[in-house]
Design a protein around this ligand. Structure first.
Ligand code: UGA
Ligand code: MN
Length: 268
C-alpha cells in the first residue's frame, strides 16, 4: 500500500514538473515580436502580403502591425488579415503631399504610425522587440528567433542589397566595429531589414521617429538608430553576422499592358 502511494506521489511529481516545463515553453512566456509593415496598393500587393503572411503565421508570439499608405483601409488588406488568423493591428496613413510625387523615405510615415501605436498601446511591463519588415522582402524563420531576445538593438546581414550578394556588420571580439557595405559614410550602414529594437527602448525614446522632410536617400535607418543607440551597443546576431537570413528581394513590377477584361467577377 505504502509502496503504491509512493509511486503515485512520484508520478504526480513528475507530471507537475512536466506541466511546469511545458507551461514555461508556451509562446506566451516569450517576448512578442512586433513586425511593422508599410504597404501600398499595386498589382503585386496581395501576392507580396501572402508570401509574408505565410512566413509570419509560423512565428510564435508575433503581432503584425500592417500600415497602409492610404486615406482608407482597403477591403483587400482588411480581408487578407482577417483570413490569416494571426494577431494583428491594421492601420492606415497616407504619405504626406510633398511625398506624392516620390519620396526618398518610402513607408516611413507608416512606420511612424506603427511606432505611435506601440507607444499608446504598450507599456514598460510589456516585453517585446520591434522589427521593420517591408512587404516585399524574403525572411527565413530563423531571423525572428535571432531577434526575439534583443536587449537593446540587434543587427545581422541583409542579402541582395547595394548591388551586392549581401551587406553586413563587421564583428570583432563579439562587437560590431564597422560595416561591409556599398555605401559607407553612414554611422549605421544597415537596411531596415537588418536590425531590431527592444520594445522598451522604443517606448523610452518617444522622439525616435523616421524623418521624412529633408530625409536624404539611404539615411533613414542610420538617422533613426543614431537617436537610440551607439555602434558599441549593437548586439550582433546570426552567428556574429556571418549568416544571411533576410533578403531585400523586391518583387518585379507587374507588367499589365494587356488591357483585356473578362466579363466575369474575379477576386485578384
Ligand atoms: C529600400 C529599403 O529597404 C526600405 O526599407 C526603404 O524604406 C526604402 O528603400 C526607401 O528608402 O525608400 P525599397 O525596396 O527600395 O526599399 O522600397 P519599397 O519596398 O518600395 O518600399 C518599402 C516599404 O514601404 C514597402 O513595405 C512598401 O510596400 C512601402 N511603401 C512603398 C509604401 O508604403 N508606400 C509607397 O509609396 C512605397
Ligand atoms: Mn522593397
Amino acid at each position: 500500500m505504502r509502496h503504491s502511494i509512493c509511486i503515485l506521489l512520484a508520478c504526480g511529481l513528475i507530471m507537475a514538473v512536466m506541466l511546469h516545463l511545458s507551461v514555461k515553453e508556451t509562446p506566451l512566456d516569450i517576448p512578442v515580436i512586433y513586425v511593422i509593415t508599410p504597404t501600398h496598393t499595386r498589382p503585386t500587393q496581395k501576392a507580396d502580403l501572402t508570401q509574408l503572411g505565410n512566413t509570419l503565421r509560423q512565428v510564435p508570439n508575433l503581432h503584425w502591425i500592417v500600415v497602409e499608405d492610404a486615406d482608407f483601409k482597403s477591403p483587400l488588406v482588411a480581408k487578407f488579415l482577417l483570413n490569416l488568423r494571426i494577431s494583428y493591428t491594421h492601420l492606415n496613413v497616407p504619405k504626406p503631399d510633398y511625398c506624392k510625387s516620390g519620396c526618398v523615405a518610402r513607408g516611413s510615415e507608416q512606420r511612424n504610425l506603427g511606432l505611435d501605436w506601440l507607444r499608446r498601446n504598450r507599456g514598460p511591463l510589456d516585453s517585446g522587440v520591434v522589427y521593420f519588415g517591408d512587404d516585399d522582402n524574403t525572411y527565413d524563420l530563423e531571423v525572428f528567433e535571432e531577434m526575439r531576445y534583443t536587449k537593446h538593438v540587434s543587427v545581422w546581414p541583409v542579402g541582395l542589397i547595394g548591388s551586392r550578394r549581401y551587406e553586413r556588420p563587421l564583428v570583432r571580439d563579439g562587437r560590431v566595429v564597422s560595416w561591409y557595405t556599398r555605401y559607407p559614410g553612414r554611422r549605421f550602414c544597415t537596411d531596415m531589414a537588418g536590425f531590431a529594437v527592444n520594445l522598451n527602448l522604443i517606448l523610452a525614446n518617444p522622439e525616435a521617429r523616421f524623418n521624412l522632410k529633408g530625409a536624404k536617400a539611404g539615411m533613414q535607418e542610420s538617422d533613426f538608430l543614431s537617436k537610440i543607440t551607439k555602434l558599441e551597443y549593437l548586439e550582433p546576431r546570426a552567428n556574429n553576422c556571418t549568416k544571411v537570413l533576410v533578403w531585400h528581394t523586391r518583387t518585379e513590377k507587374a507588367s499589365l499592358h494587356e488591357h483585356v477584361t473578362e466579363n466575369v467577377d474575379i477576386e485578384v
